[in-house]
Design a protein around this ligand. Structure first.
Ligand code: ZN
Length: 160
């Protein structure tokens, strides 16, 4: 994350670049008007090297900030998508306190009746509870496709 100190540091760097550019422009103007000593030329070269180093630092920071911005935009986008998707489900008590997330009833929905794993749901994942055994005494076993959580119940996603 970019802290206010990082941003203040960047502003300082940009101010420094602007100041150095102004000095170099002034020096270049003076150079064109007269011959300069070796010391002045060496000082000018040092200023150019320092300016180049500052610009490289700024480019690296700009790249890092661009990547961070893209990452944050992706996180926000995923969050928004999840916030919309989760509205389609509610926590359902299917049997004696055994809970799963079930789709809210939608007229004419073509989705197959299903349940989602409550643990995975809390991690913003849609872990579909898959039936993994044939009914034994009307009790079926379901397993989360993501975390492998298992539940046994006589209730089915489509009804009793
Ligand atoms: Zn799960």
């Amino acid at each position: 994350m970019t802290s206010p100190a990082d941003i203040a540091g960047q502003i300082t760097l940009w101010t420094s670049v602007a100041r150095q550019l102004a000095e170099l422009t002034k020096s270049a103007t003076e150079l064109s008007a007269k011959r300069v000593s070796k010391e002045t030329a060496a000082a000018l070269a040092d200023n150019l090297i320092e300016l180049r180093s500052t610009i490289l630092s700024l480019q690296a920071e700009h790249l890092a900030l661009t990547r961070e911005k893209a990452n944050l935009e992706e996180i926000i986008s995923k969050h928004d998508i999840w916030e919309e998707e989760k509205k389609a489900y509610f926590l359902k008590n299917i049997q004696n306190g055994l809970t799963v997330y079930a789709p809210r009833p939608i007229p004419d929905s073509i989705d197959a009746p299903h349940w989602l794993c409550p643990g995975c749901f809390s991690k913003k994942q849609k872990g579909i509870m898959v039936m993994v055994s044939l009914p034994v005494m009307a009790v079926r076993e379901y397993r989360c496709a993501i975390c492998q959580l298992q539940i046994k119940t006589h209730v089915t996603p489509g009804g009793q």
